[in-house]
Design a protein around this ligand. Structure first.
Ligand code: FE2
Ligand code: FE2
Length: 329
């Protein structure tokens, strides 16, 4: 590729420097076309106009208790209220993962925590991804606000606890003794979420039965995440290549811990919802579900992390039961 062609395709970036050891073609291409593909650069739809009251806010099949007798016996308005809470919790989880994991990890790199991998294109791509995440946060906050306006009363995001994954990340950071351990904890958890969030969002994207603005919000978000997944995989590979043996072991252990937290159903959040919605027998229902291993996970597709593990040639070194993964395409 000539430097001229490169320059015209990526107006936001200076010409490619073949002597720069941290130049990366994938990162450079993604940084160069951000202005054409990013959701933040597009017009926002008017969400209230699109709301359809008769549609549920969240897919019933995603409730871990959807076939439990206690849930089945609830009147339709209570079942709908729990589905609205499912959507509010989905938004809160998404927002908190972006604010507490993805953006802090990107900021770490931009601020120079890993100077060996810092290049102009990487910094640009990460700064763009941080803008994307901030915009996704706004999109999901707006989506929850529309749900509250249209359904009336309650349904406050802040009534829910911090998501399980974020609490687990904080617990591990608090228990780490060294700065490099805290940084790699954040980087590992962000790597897992950025590589796996497409599988999480895909739980909703193509559902034809739920509130169309909810599936549309997720679809718009998901488009950006395909690129974040590529950027994060490149970043993880570059960082991994610079780590010593102990740091590599730590990073791989925390990728596995991050995946475990990412795929798990957040029962603490549902416990809070049972109180907020005053569901009689709700906690007992959740205890029944928790006890069943088949109801532990919300996300069953590990293919994102599997792909990275293959690239790093560490599939066997990760404490993950890959046979549990069900690819969703
Ligand atoms: Fe995002
Ligand atoms: Fe992202």
């Amino acid at each position: 590729m000539s430097s001229n062609a490169d320059h015209s395709a990526t107006p936001a970036l200076p010409p490619h420097d073949p002597n720069d050891p941290v130049e990366n073609a994938v990162i450079r291409r993604l940084a160069g076309n951000w202005h054409r593909r990013a959701s933040v650069k597009r017009e926002e739809p008017d969400l209230d106009d699109l709301f359809q009251h008769e549609r549920p806010d969240y897919p019933e099949a995603l409730l871990p208790f959807h076939d439990h007798p206690t849930y089945q016996a609830l009147p339709p308005e209570k079942r709908n209220e729990l589905l609205s809470w499912g959507w509010i919790a989905f938004n809160r989880h998404t927002v908190m993962v972006e604010q507490k994991l993805a953006n802090p990890a990107f900021a770490l790199v931009v601020e120079g925590e890993y100077p060996d991998i810092q290049g102009e294109a990487m910094n640009t791509a990460l700064a763009q991804a941080m803008v994307d995440e901030q915009y996704h946060t706004l999109m999901h906050l707006n989506a929850s606000a529309v749900t509250r306006r249209q359904r009336g009363g309650g349904l406050r995001d802040s009534d829910l606890p911090m998501p399980h994954l974020v609490r687990e990340h904080q617990r591990l950071r608090d228990s780490a003794e060294e700065r490099w351990q805290r940084s790699l904890t954040t980087l590992a958890f962000a790597t897992v979420t950025e590589i796996s969030i497409v599988a999480y969002l895909s739980l909703i994207v193509d559902n034809p039965d739920i509130q169309p603005i909810n599936s549309t919000t997720v679809k718009i978000h998901n488009r950006d995440e395909y690129c974040h997944s590529s950027i994060t995989a490149e970043l993880a590979e570059m960082v991994h290549s610079k780590l010593n043996a102990a740091q590599r072991r730590f990073f791989l252990d925390h990728l596995a811990k991050g995946l475990d937290g990412f795929v798990t159903n957040d029962y603490a959040s549902w416990d809070r919802v049972m109180d907020l919605s005053r569901i009689e027998g709700g906690h007992e229902m959740l205890a029944d579900c928790r006890a069943e291993s088949s109801r532990q996970r919300l996300v069953c597709d590990y293919s994102g992390l599997r792909g990275l593990a293959e690239r790093l040639d560490v599939v066997e070194q990760l404490d993950i039961d890959w046979s549990q993964s069900v690819a969703t395409g």
